[in-house]
Design a protein around this ligand. Structure first.
Ligand code: PLP
Length: 403
């Protein structure tokens, strides 16, 4: 929501610690946290001009806040978009995008491998209001092409996906969308701008769950949309004002400070994930590892091209077993033997988080749907943190070596 001129020719690593609104009169070096729901107006005429949008200035906490603006400026600088808008969570960013861009009768085309709540929001909740949707293969471009309709307004994907780390071709999907007169939005939650800059590959809108790597230490809920200034002002700001999916200033401040170390964290956590993936691939109790940084990953070359040569911090693997029942037992055994790592379905933390997708994030699916999605009972997801790599291996070995 602010002009960037001051930051025009700075490198991304500098922007990550510097892009923010102006210092207050006190000259604080660390960005201020403005906890206020309202603002005092200098004159009645100024208040009128600000509410009418004719003059810059904060009017009410639901509409804007300087700490939130700082987070938005910094994230937009990292993603390479003109502007960004913070939201209360990742899901509320998706809701804002859909409310801002779609109406009854419009069609959204998404990957079938997207985050579960995204599929529920677009496929069920928005369907009640007449928004059409279809879900196609993450990796088969011809399926996307064939599913385009005359009323398709938005293509929406996520890469790599959760928990199987499937990678889609950002440039190809952006081209497909633009040829159809539609917009292309990308959920950049797993790779973050530290590894992947979708705007440079043609994406129109970048969506974030700030809850994950942007905060990076598992503290707050947050979300954002990064997009051209005009889209933010004309499509999303009105939805924010009436819908109220406003990012809390405290949460914005936590994310703002998290962004300062995003690049360092993503590189360190990706390096650890690579070591762990290579080790798991050789473990006799492991049937298969999903990780974009492995040569065995089906879209390895595409992933390396899109993700700055790194695989990200999330991997998943299947324990060897005979049938789903034994697979579940064995996966539970591995997780229950851990003494250091956290059994938690979240991701994007400096602490390594381990989860069993089939009984948690994908627990509501039928066994047949899970099989089709590749989420077997023996699948374990690891969101790798910053612990010493050999300690992570040792903790997983407790269970893996005793199957
Ligand atoms: C967590 C997540 C979301 C939703 O974000 P919240 O902040 O939990 O609302 C969306 N997409 C992906 C890929 C996620 O991992």
């Amino acid at each position: 929501m602010n002009e960037h001129s001051r930051f025009d020719d700075l490198h991304i690593e500098t922007l990550a610690v510097r892009a923010a609104v102006e210092r207050s009169q006190y000259g604080e070096n660390s960005e201020a946290l403005y906890l206020t729901s309202g603002y005092v107006q200098p004159t009645a005429a100024a208040a009128a001009a600000r509410f009418a949008g004719d003059e810059e200035g904060y009017t009410y906490g639901r509409y804007g806040n300087p700490t939130v603006s700082s987070m938005e400026m910094r994230l937009a600088a990292l993603e390479g978009t003109e502007a960004a808008m913070g939201t209360a969570s990742g899901m509320s960013a998706i809701l804002m995008m859909c409310l801002g861009l779609l109406k009854a009768g419009d069609h959204v085309l998404c990957s079938r491998s997207m985050f579960g709540s995204t599929i529920k929001l677009i496929g069920s909740d928005l369907a009640k209001f007449g928004v059409e949707s279809s879900f196609v293969s993450q990796t088969d471009l011809s399926e996307w092409q064939a599913a385009i309709r005359p009323n398709t307004r938005l293509l929406f994907a996520e890469t790599p996906t959760n928990p199987l780390t499937e990678v889609c071709d950002i440039q190809a999907l952006a081209d497909l969308a633009h040829n159809a007169g539609a917009l292309f939005a990308l959920d950049n939650c797993f790779a973050t701008p530290a590894l992947q800059r979708p705007v440079a590959m043609g994406a129109d809108i970048i969506m974030h769950s700030g809850t994950k790597y942007l905060d990076g230490q598992g503290r707050v809920m947050a979300g954002a949309l990064c997009a051209p200034q005009q889209m933010i002002t004309e499509k999303f700001l009105p939805v924010l004002k009436s819908g109220g999916m406003t990012l809390a200033p405290f949460n914005a401040w936590v994310v703002l400070k998290g962004l300062e170390t995003l690049d360092l964290r993503m590189r360190a956590q990706s390096a650890r994930a690579q070591i762990l993936a290579e080790w798991l691939e050789k473990h006799p109790s492991v049937a298969r590892v999903h990780y974009p940084g492995l040569a065995s990953h089906p879209q390895h070359h595409l992933a390396m091209r899109q993700m700055s040569g790194l695989g990200g911090a999330v991997l998943s693997f299947h324990v060897k077993a005979d049938g789903p029942e034994q697979a579940r037992q064995r996966a539970f055994h591995v997780m229950d033997q851990m003494q250091v790592l956290s059994l938690s379905t979240n991701l994007g933390d400096t602490k390594t988080l381990v989860a069993h997708p089939a009984s948690t994030s994908h627990g509501r699916l039928t066994e047949a749907q899970r099989q089709a999605a590749g989420i077997g009972q023996g699948l374990i997801r690891v969101a790798v943190g910053l612990e010493y790599p050999q300690d992570i291996q040792k903790d997983l070995s407790r269970g893996l070596d005793t199957l």
